[in-house]
Design a protein around this ligand. Structure first.
Ligand SMILES: *[C@@H]1O[C@H](CO)[C@@H](O)[C@H](O)[C@H]1NC(C)=O
Length: 253
C-alpha cells in the first residue's frame, strides 16, 4: 500500500491546486479598492458577470469610470449583461502589452463570444493603435472605435488585468430576427460544463473516503454496524482500488 500512497497524494494535491487556481482572484474585491469604478463593479455583481470573470484563468476587464457609465446603468438587465461581457477580454493584457500593440488591428475574444449569443462579430473586439493612442472597439461591422485606453488600474500577472477605457464600447445593433438557434446551444453547453464538473466532483467524494479506505479489511469482519456504512466502505475501497490501479498502470508505462 505505501508505495501507492505517494502518487495518490500527488494526484489529490494536483486536484486541489487546480481547484484553488480557479478561485485565484475576485473581481468584486479587486474593484472595491477603486471608488471610480463602483458603478461598473455593482453592475458586474448584479448581472452575474463578476462570477463568470472569477472563473476565468487569464482575463482582462475593460472598466469605465462612474461618470461614463450612467447611460448603460439605465438599460435592461440583459443589455447590461451583454455590454459588460463585451468588456471582458479572454486574455491577459497589461499596459506593457497594450503599449506594444502594432498599428495593425488586433482581434480579441470576449466573454460575450462564449455566451453563444453573439452575432456578426459582436463577441470580438479590435484593439488598434492610432498614433500614441490605443483604441478599443467592437469587431461588429459599423461599430465606432472611440473607447481609448486610459490607464492600467491594477494587475495580477498573468491571471487578471484591469484597464480603464475612456467610455463604454459601442456595438452596432444589427437586427436579425431570423437568427439560427441551432448554431448557439452547443457552444453554450460546452463552455461552463467540462471546465468544472470533472474537476469539482472527484476530489470531494474521494478525499473524505481515504481515511476509511485503509480500514475495511480489519473492521468489516468484526462487526458491520449497518448496511450503509458497509456499502460506503465498499465503494470507498472500490474508488481507492481504481485509483491505485491507475497509478500502478502509470508507473508501468
Ligand atoms: C468577492 O468579494 C466580495 C467583496 O469582498 C465578496 O462579497 C464576495 O463574497 C467574494 N466572492 C467570492 C466568490 O469569494
Amino acid at each position: 500500500m505505501s508505495p501507492m500512497s505517494s502518487p495518490i497524494v500527488a494526484l489529490f494535491l494536483t486536484f486541489f491546486l487546480l481547484l484553488s487556481a480557479a478561485d485565484a482572484f475576485n473581481i468584486t474585491k479587486i474593484l472595491s479598492s477603486f471608488s471610480d469604478y463602483s458603478t461598473f463593479n455593482d453592475l458586474l455583481t448584479q448581472t452575474g458577470v463578476a462570477s463568470e470573470i472569477n472563473d476565468k484563468k487569464s482575463v482582462t476587464v475593460l472598466v469605465v469610470s462612474n461618470s461614463q457609465i450612467s447611460g448603460l446603468s439605465s438599460q435592461p438587465k440583459d443589455t447590461i449583461k451583454k455590454m459588460l461581457s463585451i468588456h471582458v477580454v479572454l486574455d491577459y493584457y497589461d499596459k506593457a502589452k497594450v503599449d506594444k500593440v502594432p498599428s495593425k488591428p488586433l482581434t480579441l475574444t470576449t466573454l460575450y463570444q462564449q455566451s453563444g449569443k453573439a452575432q456578426n462579430q459582436q463577441g470580438f473586439l479590435t484593439m488598434t493603435r492610432v498614433g500614441k493612442q490605443v483604441s478599443f472597439g467592437s469587431a461588429a461591422p459599423g461599430s465606432s472605435h472611440d473607447s481609448i485606453f486610459v490607464k492600467q488600474v491594477t494587475t495580477q500577472p498573468y491571471d487578471i488585468s484591469v484597464l480603464e477605457i475612456s467610455n463604454v464600447i459601442n456595438v452596432a445593433i444589427t437586427s436579425s430576427p431570423s437568427y439560427a438557434p441551432n448554431a448557439s446551444p452547443p457552444r453554450k453547453a460546452l463552455a461552463p460544463g467540462p471546465n468544472k464538473s470533472p474537476l469539482a466532483s472527484p476530489p470531494k467524494t474521494t478525499r473524505s473516503d481515504i481515511p476509511a479506505a485503509d480500514a475495511p479489511s480489519t473492521t468489516t469482519d468484526s462487526d458491520a454496524p449497518d448496511n450503509t456504512s458497509a456499502a460506503s466502505i465498499a465503494s470507498a475501497s472500490a474508488i481507492l482500488f481504481i485509483f491505485a490501479s491507475a497509478c500502478f498502470m502509470l508507473t508501468m508505462i
